[in-house]
Every structure is written in C-alpha cells, then in structure tokens.
Design a protein around this ligand. Structure first.
Ligand code: SF4
Ligand code: SF4
Length: 510
C-alpha cells in the first residue's frame, strides 16, 4: 500500500517536471535602450551593437566610447534562491567603475514576499562607483583589501548572490574589453579570454566565505559531533544521563546558532531551486554562496542516503528543534498532550505530500507564485525575519509553535513540505540502525507510546520515512525499567541472584 503511494507520488512528480520544465524566458541586454540609462549616462547619444563573447552594448557620446551596458544574468547567470539568476542591468564606465545599476528581473522568494523594493534599491546603489578590481564583503565593514557593503536584512543569501553576480559580470567584462582601448573590431572577446586555472575558478567562489570563520567552524564541529552521535548511538542511548543533556544541548544550538545567528535554516525553496537548476544547468556558485547552507545541504545529502531524513528533522532543523523544545517544556509544566486517533493521524500525513506536489508543479510555471505559496513554511517569519513582518505571518508562525506545546511537532507531521521532500528521498536509505525486539508491537507498545511523531506502527515496525531519529524509542528499548521484555529479564536475574545469595548464607550457616 505504502509502496504504491510512493510510486504514484514519484510518477506525478515526473509528469509535473517533464510537462513544465524550461518555461523560464530570460531578459537580454538587447531589450534595453538609451532612455533606460539616461540617469547614469546623461550625455550618451547611442548604443553600439553587441559584439561576440560576453553580451554587451557599447555606450557612445557622439563618436567617443564612454562605457558599456551589460546584464548580469547574461554574463554571470548565478542561480539565486529561486534557482534562476537575478537580472541586474549594469552601466560600466570606461574607467572600470560602475556608473549605475538596477535590478530589472528576479523571482526571489524573499523579495517577492517580505522585503520592500526600496531595500533592494538601497542595496544595489552601494555599488555605484565601485571598481571592477575591488573585493566586496557583504554585511561587513571595510577591511584591508576589501570594501564592506550593508546586506539586506532577512535576505542575506540573496544579497550575497547579487554581490557575486554583479562583481563577476563587471570583472569579466572589463577583462574581456581590455579597457582602454575599448574595442578592437576584428577580435572576438572570447578568443582573448584564457582558460581559468583551478585556483582562479574556485577562489572567487569562496570569496564570500571570508570573515565567516565562526559560522564555518561552529557548524562543521556540530556536524562532526552529530556524526559521532549517529555512529555511537547504541552506546549513548544506554547512558541517558549523558545522552539526554547532549540531545537538548544540541537542539538548543540548532535553534540559537543555526537558526538565529547563522540564518542557515534549509527550506523547501532550496529544493524547488535545485529542481529548477537541474532543468537549466547545475552550477556550484549558488550552493557555495553561504558556508552554512553548503555544509548543511552536503550533510543532509549524505545522511539521507545513510540513515534517512530523520537526522536533519530530528537534529538540524531549527524550527523542528524549536517545536520539540517547546513540547518538552509543556510536558514539564504538565500541559495536557493531544493526539489524533491513529486513523485520522495517518490521513493527515498525506497533506504535506499533496502540498509538496502542488508547489513543485506551480514552481515549474511561475517561481514567484510558488514562493508565495511556500509561505506555508513558517521558517522565514520565525527565523530569517525574527517575527518582524506583517501580523498574519507572525500569527501563523506563533500559532504553530503554540500548537506544538499540545501536539508534538504538529507542523512537521502534517504540513512541512521540506520534510515531505526529504521523506521521499529517505526511501533509498542504506542503514536501519534503530533496534526492535520480537515483542515490539506484539503486544508491547511501550516505545510507540514514547514516539512523539507517532512513527511506530501498532505492529511494532518503525515507519522510517516519518521517523525523526530522536532516539526516544531507543532509550526505552535499552531501559530495563521501561522495556517490558527487559524488565522481565531483569526481575528473573534479580530473583536468581537473591536465591543464590540465600544459598550462600545457608551454606555458610551450616
Ligand atoms: S518536518 Fe520540516 S519543520 Fe519539521 S524538522 Fe523536518 S524540515 Fe524541520
Ligand atoms: S521515537 Fe523512535 S521511531 Fe519515533 S521518531 Fe524517535 S527514533 Fe523515530
């Protein structure tokens, strides 16, 4: 039954994908005329024809060349959050400095919903006067060898993508044109560009990692620790005094650092963007923009293959961790728990898969529409924008957190499309390290009663696509005061020891 459900999902997935791919039509520099750049080049009299190599138009004042007009998405089409490049029109002066620039097209989800257009304009305006040879650091102050620019609050990654595509486009253009002299009629620009070395290729991609040592080392250390936890899980869950503080400490780190300080919450938007970049050609640029996102997605890719989606959902998702911590506090405050009957619970599971399919289908046609529907994810409101946005969004995110107090991880179980997408991929996991006994479910339900996700069937098997790898069931499994078959063995052992002790006393008395 479950296998049929997944194969139907995958088929629908494929049909939606094949039916709608490649529907994105990009702008070109040829779409712009003299009046579009009148503010940057007020004395310009004509735009020259586009030459070979990087697409551009030469800007003339009478017969004198004064600059070039380029579109970042033509020259450095770095996919942003939407999986599509942000198109920035750039007027480049003959001195190699940016004379003016404007964003002319984008489908960025964070900008479609949430960030005012003015913040975007303010951000790009900081690049006026910047020279192609300068190195820019977003969200940082000036430092030796670097110019600092303010980021866009709540859209750090988008700002970094914008920075990279603007600066890369400008540099490529200036190198290609060899300014001055600006034009050589019979030489194609492409022919003059040497092949980049490995270092030249990778170094600029990692420029945005400068000054992010704390983030890099914290997340790398946390992921290493989590790998150790996974490998030594049996040893740890037999020692709840070590495991329990370790787990809640880790969840707190996930909320505070990964979620709030580093803004590295993964999102369904990333998944939709991956699908988009798959159809338009994968590039490393986007994935490498933020080290936190890069490390987390790399770890998720590996851990899904090894253990399933649970390692991310149970340990690394800030919103998931927030819900779990709230539920834990609610338990301690003796707030009553509410669970749906099993029949209803299983049917509610389907909601997240249906939402996921809808999102994928819509994103193929219009990413900005999908981005609006993806607001069903409360991550942006609660973590990226720290509840600083319009009240309906705040109310929705806050309500989900309140519900989590009564019904553990309600959002994860029934609504989360990111969890649904990871859950589908979990079908291909290699290892099954969560232990079960013959008595599990037949008739014992002790572990099932402990599972806050309700991911254990009444028959005792763990539903691995839903499991969050929290190890609650494993703590019971190894506890000879909670697991009935183990308790039985312990009692027998104790009775035997008592008998033996009595025998010894008898013998010594005799
Ligand atoms: S189901 Fe969604 S919200 Fe819950 S832990 Fe997984 S990704 Fe996070
Ligand atoms: S209690 Fe066990 S089955 Fe349930 S989510 Fe945690 S690890 Fe998975």
């Amino acid at each position: 039954m479950r296998a049929r459900f997944y194969s139907a999902l995958l088929t629908l997935f494929w049909l939606l994908f094949c039916g709608s791919a490649n529907s994105y039509a990009a702008l070109s520099v040829d779409d712009f005329q003299l009046n579009d750049i009148a503010v940057w080049f007020p004395k310009a009299t004509k735009l020259g024809p586009t030459k070979n190599g990087p697409t551009h138009k030469i800007i003339y004042e009478q017969e004198h060349i004064v600059g070039a007009l380029i579109l970042s998405s033509d020259i450095s089409p770095i996919s942003a959050y939407s999986g599509k490049p942000i198109s920035t029109l750039i007027g480049l002066g003959i001195d190699g400095r940016i004379a003016g620039l404007a964003i002319v097209a984008h489908e960025e989800p964070i900008l479609v919903v949430g960030i005012e257009e003015k913040k975007l304009t303010d951000f790009v305006n900081q690049y006026v006067g910047v020279k192609s040879s300068e190195k820019i650091r977003v969200n940082a102050s000036d430092r030796k060898g670097f110019r600092g620019v303010d980021g866009i609050s709540g859209a750090t990654i988008t700002a970094m993508v914008l920075n990279r595509s603007i600066m890369l486009s400008v540099k490529k253009m200036v190198d290609a044109l060899e300014w001055p002299p600006l034009s050589r009629p019979d030489t194609t620009i492409k022919e003059r560009l040497p092949d980049p070395t490995l270092e030249q290729l990778w170094q600029p991609r990692l420029d945005s990692w400068h000054g992010q040592d704390l983030k890099i080392w914290s997340i790398a250390t946390a992921l290493f620790l989590l790998t150790l936890i996974m490998f030594f899980q049996d040893w740890l869950v037999r020692r709840p005094k070590i495991f329990t503080p370790l787990r809640y400490g880790f969840l707190t780190f996930t909320v505070v650092f990964i979620g709030y300080f580093f803004a590295a919450q993964l999102s369904i938007i990333n998944v939709l963007a991956f699908i988009q970049t798959y159809s338009s050609g994968f590039t490393w640029e986007t994935l490498l923009i933020d080290p936190g996102i890069f490390f987390l997605w790399s770890f998720v890719a590996i851990s899904i293959v090894l253990w399933g989606r649970g390692v991310f959902c149970g340990w690394l998702c800030p919103f998931g961790a927030m819900q779990e911590l709230i539920h834990e506090v609610a338990i301690r405050l003796r707030i009553p728990n509410f669970e749906f009957p099993p029949m209803v619970h299983e049917r509610l599971w389907a909601i997240k898969y249906i939402l996921l399919l809808l999102l994928i289908g819509i994103s193929m046609d219009s990413f900005s529409s999908a981005a609006k529907i993806a607001e069903i994810e409360p991550f942006k409101t609660s973590l990226t924008m720290k509840f600083d946005r319009e009240w309906p969004f705040v109310l929705y995110a806050a309500a989900l957190l309140v519900i989590a107090a009564f019904n553990s991880k309600f959002y994860c179980k029934y609504i989360c499309t990111l969890g649904a997408s990871l859950s589908i991929l979990s079908r291909f996991k290699i290892f099954d390290w969560l232990r079960r006994r013959n008595e599990c479910g037949k008739p014992c339900q002790a572990c099932a009663a402990k599972c806050q996700i309700n991911a254990i069937k009444p028959t005792g098997e763990i539903i691995s696509s839903e499991c969050h790898y929290c190890f609650d069931c494993q703590l019971t499994y190894w506890d000879d005061h909670k697991c009935p078959p183990l308790t039985e063995k312990r009692k027998k052992r104790e009775r035997r020891n008592e008998k033996n002790a009595l025998k010894v006393i008898d013998i010594s008395n005799n």
